[in-house]
Design a protein around this ligand. Structure first.
Ligand code: GLN
Length: 483
């Protein structure tokens, strides 16, 4: 049943057009038949999925179904799934089977959704292209020799190829929005603290946030209704009620003030991407919105600040992979130090090792003040820019990425060129605000995303704004040629 939506599947299940077991069997057969083209899945959990489907069918028959009951989804392989291998796309966790669920995975189980498997990613979510995976590069369904974006590239490719209607992702510096933009999806990074991080393998804890990747804003709202819950197991989880994100999708946008930061449209932005982005933004004028020029003066500092803070936190978070407790252990260590060193040397990939080295250096005595502390100060300046901007406007819009999806291999030898990919997305994580990417047209046959950013906890407004564009345009309904 390729190229449908969560909303349609939910309706079909409710009406009895098909059972969750039939649907799940269909989805798994389709993944087995077609995913060799994309490499979007690392692990399929067929047995568990069918068992979950049977439970869902019973709930539906008993009239106890929630909107996501019986709907197949997939999880980025960074979310711990009880009894199902969780690798972070790393050799060091190649055979790790968690004894517990992340809060997000558990919430989907409780909602009756069916998890068919785990999607590919850049190792430990470090990357913008999904080329840094122990399980191989993921292909973009829109152009098979282009990257799908990263790090949630497997989730993005799977949804774009119609293998699954919704998947989870995580976004530390753009990893939901950038692949969503490259693959023509809706992907939302919620406010830091809105979705629990418990049981999600940590990259940079003060930046990481989980969110849905779907074809439509309506589907993203349905997934957010499940995911966005207070969790006492995550000390940064906000104790606040969850709105029903689907009820405000059709709110009028008359009078909406849209801020256009000049720094988002300066040199470095591909002119065709700029034109597509502006064309999408203009649609809002017809809906009664007003465009306001604004400035985020410290935006250009986001790359150096992020690439100090994120590796610093990563170097600390990844110290737990030492071969002692779980995960990969090197063969025949001669002593404890040899075991630590070789386990980590053999278990981590190049990009992860680079970042551990950078982070360890930045945190070391004598350099801490010069790098880490300074980066934190810049972070505050960036946050203040946004706080000021939201006194003037309701949402901010701009491009998600400087160019459409690039070819596989074209940036792997130049890490700085790869890091520049994140110029528009990183600041959002540094500030902790929510933002999404929604389809905004095509450049040379490749999708372009519109970046919509909002004030803290304005996810319902962002989904409303994206949904209204999706009512007025049909970019999000286009399908790639490879399917
Ligand atoms: N591309 C960024 C990085 O490599 C962001 C990754 C992410 O959001 N997980 O760190």
């Amino acid at each position: 049943m390729p190229y449908t939506t969560i909303a349609q599947l939910s309706q079909g299940l409710k009406n009895g057009t098909f059972s969750s077991r039939e649907l799940t069997q269909d989805v798994i057969a389709d993944i087995k038949a077609r995913d060799h083209l994309y490499n979007s899945f690392i692990t399929l959990s067929e047995e568990q999925a069918l068992a979950q489907a049977d439970v869902a069918d019973q709930r539906i028959a008993a009239g106890e179904a929630a909107p996501m009951t019986g709907v197949p989804i997939a999880h980025k392989d960074l979310f711990c799934t009880q009894g199902v291998r969780t690798t972070a796309a790393s050799k060091i966790l190649e055979n790790f089977v968690p004894p517990y669920n992340s809060t997000v995975s558990q919430l989907f189980v409780d909602a009756g959704a069916v998890s068919v498997g785990k999607t590919n990613l850049d190792e430990f979510a470090m990357g913008s292209s999904n080329e840094h995976s122990f399980f191989g590069t993921v292909k973009n369904p829109w152009k098979l020799d282009a990257v799908p974006g990263g790090s949630s590239g497997g989730s993005a490719a799977a949804v774009a190829a119609g293998l699954i209607t919704g998947a989870t992702g995580t976004d530390t510096g753009g990893s939901i929005r950038q692949p969503a933009a490259f693959c023509n999806l809706t992907g939302i990074k919620p406010t830091y603290g809105r979705v629990s991080r418990f049981g999600i393998i940590a990259y940079a804890s003060s930046l990481d946030q989980a969110g849905p990747m779907t074809r439509t804003a309506e589907d993203a709202a349905m997934m957010m209704n499940v995911m966005a819950q207070f969790d006492p197991q995550d000390s940064t989880s906000m104790q606040m009620a969850t709105p029903d994100y689907t009820t405000s999708l059709n709110d009028s946008l008359a009078g909406l003030k849209i801020g256009l930061p000049k720094e988002f449209f300066e040199a470095g932005l591909n002119p065709q991407v700029a034109a597509a982005t502006m064309n999408a933004i203009k649609q809002y004028e017809a809906m009664g919105a007003e465009l306001v020029d604004i400035s985020l003066p410290n935006l250009q500092l986001c790359i150096p600040a992020y690439y100090v803070i994120a590796p610093s936190e990563a170097s600390s978070n990844l110290s737990r992979y030492d071969g002692a407790r779980y995960g990969y252990r090197c063969q025949d260590p001669v002593d404890l130090m040899d075991m630590y060193c070789r386990t980590r040397a053999e278990g981590f990939g190049e990009e992860v090792k680079n970042r551990i080295m950078v982070g360890t250096y930045a945190l070391s005595e004598g350099f801490y003040d010069a790098y880490y502390l300074k980066a934190q100060r810049i972070r505050r300046l960036i946050k203040n820019d946004f706080v000021k901007a939201f006194q003037q406007v309701d949402v901010i819009m701009g491009p998600v990425t400087p160019s459409p999806a690039f070819d596989i291999g074209s940036k792997t030898s130049d890490p700085v060129a790869m890091y520049l990919e994140d110029i528009y997305t990183l600041a959002i994580n540094l500030a902790g605000i929510p933002a999404l990417s929604t389809p905004a047209g095509f450049v040379d046959g490749l999708p372009v995303g519109l970046h919509i950013m909002g004030d803290y906890f304005s996810e319902a407004k962002l989904l409303n704004v994206a949904h209204q564009l999706q009512q007025a345009t049909d970019w999000h309904m286009q399908t790639p040629n490879s399917i």
